[in-house]
Design a protein around this ligand. Sequence first.
Ligand SMILES: [Zn+2]
Length: 277
Amino acid sequence: MFDKLWTFHCGYMRVPRGFILDGGGFERILLPFMGTLAHHTERGPVLFDAPFGHEGPSSLGRVVAGVLETLGLEFRAEWAVVPRIEALGFRPSEIDHVFMTHLHVDHTGGMKSLAEPTFHVSREEWAYARQLGSIRAAAEGYTPDDYRSLEERIEPFEAPDPLADDAEARHEIWDDGSLRAIGLPGHTSGHVGYELQFEGDRTVWHVGDAAFALTQITERDDFGYQPEMFAHDLSTAERTLEALRRYADDHPETMLINAHDHERAERAMDGPLALIE
Ligand SMILES: [Zn+2]
């Protein structure tokens, strides 16, 4: 079982609200790049996504980095994934498992900075990401330099059926029932979320980038123009979001987390935010 949960940002931008939320206009809101650390009672600290290493978003490439700079991307070395893990009282070498929701660059930048964990990625995401040539990779938001050299530490798993097709489909990661992958495609072809079981019968879903704002699930706010620019398949992303809304209606007690929520990031500006402790 898991017993503790934190989320932290590795950098952020301020983007027009309409980028995230439909009809949101041009007022700027936070777009954070967040990692999540959960503590497992037997396996120790487990990381979900690795946004930036010590070099920050410079791995993004010239064009993307230039655009992000214009939008005011903020990064400091002490926000990188390794110092964030240390700030939570863990040694990076204690991290044996990193679970990737997908391999977009703002989730992979810190992978190489971690000692020697196993990186868990859905088979479909890995197959897609590893065959991309450099131009297509850049156009689609992937930086193969972040993960190509880690090939022998990547452990692809068979992603379950998409949530939208089979509400019960889960891939059990470990045999203790504490962690399951859920197919949440659309944002990328092999995008997954994770269901974590905590002590005290609490359930947490990490939905990755299936929703950029959690109110898109809980309040049915519509997508802004972000998915039109970045989603691998917009109609699949919309089907996934609709399935998440149905799930949340049926399970209001489940805590939802994602990688870019602006409201939660506001509470994590001064350091990692404890969600369960
Ligand atoms: Zn993404």
